[in-house]
Design a protein around this ligand. Structure first.
Ligand code: SIN
Length: 313
């Protein structure tokens, strides 16, 4: 097991009454449950592990090809393939229990009832919080269908909150006109936090065949190319909600993470960058810590949302 430095006093973060070693965590789907990354980094040094999406029963996912490279990022259309709740409980949760990090379980469903089933099925288990995915652009039922309509987003939040024994954060889609309306709808539904953004819908054509390259035609764009969009949405939403925001979208350096924190994020998730550099989250943690030391800032909390001060818009 890798032995990375874990003690970064200035990065300690409090969310939903829970202490986090730092605000850095993997984005769902880029890290599985962390097992494969253990060779490259010490999972104990992460703020949290966010698992791949868990459905009530196994899902096969979408036809291949499922991924494609783009300038500054990648497209994916995995279709939320996963082994289902029972396998997750039997194999992934016991593995994660051996680590001293927070565990956020990403929850997926084709209907409101399915989200509820997963959250209910995890009651009493070693889970610290739930991240409810109402933003996957790659499935026909559930996913983004719930995340583009404030009423549906509110309904899913309310129903999940009723059965959840742990804090619930809702993962939002950028494929909307008004992110503030969706974020507020989730907050009104009782959400404890919001994570944003999921991927932007895109596509690629194979010029040899003249056909769409991805098996599912459309896919979700992630990576550095989407960072300005993600940052804008976090910045836009921050003044309108009281619950913590977790920023996601194209983060690959500590400077990127810092921008999200300054825009109002209390935590950050790193996705696509893990595929290029499996140690990227360690580098971000170390970079943020050095920055705070050099600038003589006692706690990361002091600069959360600082970019909103004295801005007239
Ligand atoms: C996928 O599995 O298709 C991606 C997951 C997501 O974007 O929520």
């Amino acid at each position: 097991m890798m032995d990375d430095k874990q003690d970064h006093e200035r990065l300690k973060t409090e969310l939903w009454g829970l202490s986090f070693k730092n605000p850095v965590m993997p984005a769902s789907g880029s890290f599985a449950s962390g097992r494969e990354y253990g060779e490259y980094l010490d999972l104990n040094c992460l703020g949290a592990v966010i698992t791949k999406g868990v459905a009530p029963i196994p899902w096969r996912g979408n036809p291949a090809p499922r991924v494609a490279e783009t300038y500054g990022g990648m497209l994916n259309s995995v279709g939320l393939q996963n082994s289902g709740l029972e396998v997750f409980k039997r194999e992934d949760l016991p593995f994660l229990e051996d680590y001293d990090t927070r565990v956020g379980v990403n929850v997926v469903g084709k209907s409101v009832e399915e989200y509820v089933e997963v959250v209910k099925g995890l009651r009493g288990h070693a889970v610290d919080f739930f991240e409810v995915n109402i933003s996957c652009p790659n499935v026909k039922e559930g996913g983004v269908a719930f995340g583009v309509d404030p009423d549906m987003a509110n309904l899913v939040t309310e129903k999940v909150k009723k059965v959840a024994d742990k804090p619930v954060i809702m993962k939002l889609s950028p494929n909307v006109t008004d992110i503030v309306a969706i974020g507020k709808a989730c907050e009104e539904g009782g959400a404890d936090g919001l994570s944003l953004i999921n991927t932007l819908m895109g596509m690629k054509i194979d010029i040899k065949t003249g056909k769409p390259l991805l098996g599912n035609v459309f896919g979700g764009l992630s990576g550095p190319a989407i960072k300005p969009v993600a940052l804008r949405m976090v910045y836009q939403l921050y003044p309108h909600v009281k619950i913590p925001i977790i920023g996601i979208g194209g983060i690959r350096t500590w400077q990127d993470a810092l921008e999200f924190i300054m825009a109002g994020a209390s935590g950050v998730q790193v996705g696509t960058a893990n595929f290029q550099n499996p140690r990227v989250m360690i580098e971000i943690i170390e970079g943020l810590d050095s920055y705070l030391k050099e600038e003589n800032i006692g706690s990361i909390r002091e600069i959360t949302g600082i970019s909103h001060q004295s801005v007239n818009r």
